[in-house]
Design a protein around this ligand. Structure first.
Ligand code: PAF
Length: 288
């Protein structure tokens, strides 16, 4: 039995969403949070931010098939629309835009957005085509939802940078609002993928945050050599079996290019596999 939501509208078609937004944006500031659903507190904090800054909050729930690689199982991506909708109503969301795949990518669809350079680093090295999929769907969602601003989490730092660059390069009249990573009490960055971790894996996943804290501590003590900071992070990650490091990068936060020495600020970004689950986290190291 579907639950009925009194004040929140659920929109399935592009035509209806565009018409609604066209009308609303004449007098109201529209804030937008794009998601793939299976919402956790991290997502909800983005929605809260949009609620604080805007008059109308639109959240999209769309599991975007074109950002999944051939080895990444789209059909296994967790979904729970009723729960998501209940959580979003509690956050006073005005509109959920939840199209199906054929609505977004009808037969013959052939236009893609590639943000060159930035997609080559960090996660882009192993997830070929992922960021083209992300940039394409976000551009489409921006054209459909027509927001004044959109909120993106810093947990997916490379995604955030790519969206910022796309908006700048394509002169999109949309403000991108970054939001800090939300963590569990023990430091694990919130992610829909955390639900894949069994208790032993979840324990091991805490090494990611422990390695970040270690680097932060060394940085605060004056260490600026990137290779030393990287090695220390790796040491922590390797202190227990079962954490497979994909990368530990100390890079320029704008270009994502690795640095030798941290001057003013740098991004520490980590990707690991714990069991079958790929986890990412990052922090900005900044001179006080
Ligand atoms: O971060 C996500 O959940 C997705 O990459 C996004 C931005 C909703 C695009 O599908």
């Amino acid at each position: 039995m579907p639950i009925l939501f009194t004040d929140m509208k659920i929109v399935k078609t592009i035509q209806e969403m565009q018409a609604l937004s066209e009308d609303l944006r004449k007098e109201k500031r529209i804030g937008f949070v794009p998601t793939m659903g299976y919402l956790h507190k991290g997502h909800l904090s983005l929605v809260k931010k949009a609620r604080e800054l805007g008059d109308i909050v639109v959240v999209s729930i769309f599991v975007n098939p074109i950002q999944f690689g051939p080895t990444e199982d789209l059909s296994k991506y967790p979904r729970d629309f009723q729960k998501d909708a209940t959580l979003l109503e509690e956050e006073k969301t005005d509109i959920i835009f939840s199209p199906d795949s054929k609505e977004v990518y009808p037969e013959g669809y052939s236009t893609y957005i590639q943000v060159k350079e930035l997609e080559n680093y960090l996660c882009g090295q192993s997830r070929t085509g992922h960021f083209t999929g992300v940039a394409t769907v976000v551009a489409k969602l921006f054209h459909i939802v027509k927001p004044h601003f959109a909120v993106f989490g810093q947990k997916d730092y490379q995604q955030l940078r790519i969206i910022e660059k796309m908006v700048k390069d394509l002169n999109m009249d949309i403000e991108i609002v970054p939001y800090p990573t939300v963590r569990e009490k023990d430091g694990l960055a919130m992610s829909s993928r955390n639900t894949y971790l069994n208790p032993a894996e979840r324990e091991k996943a805490l090494l990611i945050y422990a390695s970040i804290k270690k680097v932060e501590e060394l940085f605060k003590k004056g260490q600026r050599k990137a290779s030393t900071l990287r090695d220390e992070a790796m040491k922590v990650l390797r202190s227990k079996d079962g954490v497979d490091i994909e990368y530990v990068s100390i890079c320029n936060p704008d270009t994502l290019i690795e640095v030798d020495q941290v001057k003013n600020k740098a991004l520490l970004a980590i990707a690991c596999r714990v069991g079958k689950t790929r986890l990412i986290d990052n922090i900005i190291l900044m001179e006080a």
